[in-house]
Design a binder for this molecule. Structure first.
Ligand SMILES: C[S@@+](CC[C@H](N)C(=O)[O-])C[C@H]1O[C@@H](n2cnc3c(N)ncnc32)[C@H](O)[C@@H]1O
Length: 508
């Protein structure tokens, strides 16, 4: 007989959740003590995105059957999916309190720790899972992946091979083994494992990406570009991370004097993704299109949103010194005694590295940060050094604000502007007379132009151009220091740090 429950289960299996939910709700009304209907209602609400209701029904199910871990596990999973790790951990621990060997709860705790980048803790939970169940594929593959993140490549390979014993078609295991061998500079083994992964999943862009990096390391540029190209083709238009990787690959290829090949791919890339603004900007920079006068706002948002999570660690690794140089200039030239208090404006504030360095120097002050990228601003907010943060384009901000500032800083930002006239005019508009403008530029040692775009999609400026622009817009140059800014590969990138004082009001 086709019972109501069967009908609901069938609809549920067919993923017709709203229809299934109606029946489960009516069944629950009739049998209010039936834990299973409460669980099903929770599952349906979860599937249609009503997580608050889902949690309510799971909690009810847990009360109805306190000896089952299912409802608590569903709650832990629900919060984990919502990235609410505190609640996910709370419910996973409640499961472990009653069932201390529950591997699902241990996995959730491991995953929460992993998502918080606490890899050591994550590993300890996955270890417990494997101690309880040595043939847990998910436990082993998570151990492999987390060991890789911890830089324990030999261990990562070991766990990946153990995972392969249980699930011989594991693409993830082959990728982790391949990437680990690559880190250990065992090129042949890396290639073998990555090609195996490709056999199982020939449309996975990350495998092509890994192979591209492997060939790049071996200076086999032809294969590096071929596989990098396949990575972007399989990833498609929306995969910013793959396009950014490909753009840098082309740039590095040019840097290694393999320009013809890089230019050929840059043209192909532009043609295949002609409507993609990130691609257009990066590819045209590689092709050194003289028409580019400033960076596209959409490009900036997308690239810095993609960088935000790891920005501080990455730049620390590149020995990024601009905030320090800016702070030294502020220390040297900012005359606190001229002003009642300092209102400071941090243009292109990013994650707040400059404000962090100057906040103690300028004393009683308010710092406003302006940036296009919401993800960079989120990181800046977490540092707690800004009195105000605004997500907007810099020149737009300068032209529309009615506030004045006694100090304006811009660390590693002018490199996203070619023509500096609008920015210098805008800063002059908001800066108090006697106020200080401190900024960095990358030096143009490529040609005699005032500025030019480089294949790295950044502008470089000539110092003569900067000096002329400062004079024209009513500033007096106080200082101009040639400094190392950061590393790029094994090269040091140099540039200038300028300190200028507004001494005149110039009519536009
Ligand atoms: C390389 S980061 C530097 C961040 C920070 N000043 C530092 O030194 O760490 C450049 C920042 O400038 C922002 N930016 C570049 N051009 C911009 C524009 N026209 N309007 C607003 N923000 C911009 C980017 O979004 C990015 O966060």
């Amino acid at each position: 007989m086709d019972t109501l429950e069967n009908q609901a289960n069938r609809l549920y299996d067919q993923q017709k959740y709203p229809e299934a939910l109606d029946i489960y709700l009516s069944l629950l009304k009739k049998y209010p003590k039936a834990e299973k209907y409460s669980m099903y209602c929770g599952n349906c609400f979860d599937a249609i995105g009503q997580t608050g209701e889902a949690a309510r029904y799971y909690k009810k199910a847990s009360k109805l059957n306190p000896v089952s871990p299912n409802a608590l596990l569903a709650l832990a999973n629900l919060y984990y999916q919502k990235e609410d790790y505190a609640n996910a951990e709370k419910f996973a621990r409640m499961v472990l309190h009653k069932f201390n060997n529950d591997t699902s709860a241990l996995l959730i705790l491991g995953n929460c720790a992993y998502c918080k980048a606490d890899f050591e803790t994550a590993l300890s939970f996955y270890e417990k899972v494997c101690a309880i169940n040595p043939s847990s594929y998910i436990g082993l593959i998570n151990m492999a992946n987390t060991s890789f993140d911890l830089g324990k490549y030999v261990k990562a390979i070991d766990f990946a091979f153990k995972a392969l014993e249980i699930y011989p078609a594991s693409v993830d295991a082959y990728i982790i083994a391949g990437n680990s061998y690559m880190e250990l500079s065992k090129t042949e083994k890396a290639e073998k494992n990555l090609l195996k992964a490709l056999n199982f999943k020939s449309d996975n862009p990350w495998i092509y990406n890994s192979l591209s990096r492997l060939y790049q390391k071996a200076e086999d540029w032809k294969n590096a570009l071929n596989f990098g190209w396949k990575a972007v083709l399989f990833a498609g238009d929306a995969a910013d991370d793959q396009h950014i990787n490909f753009g840098y690959l082309l740039y590095e290829c040019i840097d290694e004097k393999k320009s013809d090949l890089a230019l050929e791919y840059a043209r192909k890339w532009l043609e295949a993704f002609e409507k993609n603004k990130l691609v257009a900007y990066m590819a045209n920079s590689i092709l050194e299109d003289k028409k580019i006068k400033t960076a596209e706002t959409e490009y900036l948002v997308r690239i810095f949103d993609a960088f935000a999570t790891d920005f501080d660690e990455t730049l620390h690794g590149l020995e990024y010194l601009v905030p320090q140089h800016i702070a030294e200039m502020v220390q040297k030239h900012h005359k606190k005694e001229f002003f009642k208090r300092t209102n400071c404006l941090d243009l292109g504030c990013g994650t707040g590295l400059c404000a962090q360095m100057i906040k103690d120097i300028i004393g009683w002050s308010a710092i406003t940060g302006v940036d296009l990228s919401s993800k960079m601003l989120e990181k800046a907010r977490q540092k707690g050094v800004y009195s105000h943060l605004e997500q907007t384009e810099i020149v737009n901000f300068l032209n529309t604000t009615d506030k004045t500032y006694q100090l304006v800083v811009a660390g590693d930002v002018l490199t996203y502007f070619g023509d500096l006239k609008p920015l210098f005019e805008g800063v002059a508009k908001v800066l108090s007379l006697g106020g200080l403008f401190v900024f960095s530029i990358c030096e143009n040692n490529l040609n005699k132009d005032d500025y030019c775009i480089t294949p790295a999609a950044r502008f470089v400026h000539s110092t003569n151009y900067i000096l002329k622009q400062l004079k024209k817009r009513g500033y007096n140059k106080l200082d101009m220091l040639y400094k190392p800014l950061r590393n790029e590969g094994d090269k040091v990138v140099y540039g200038y740090i300028f300190a200028a004082q507004k001494v005149m009001i110039v009519e536009k």
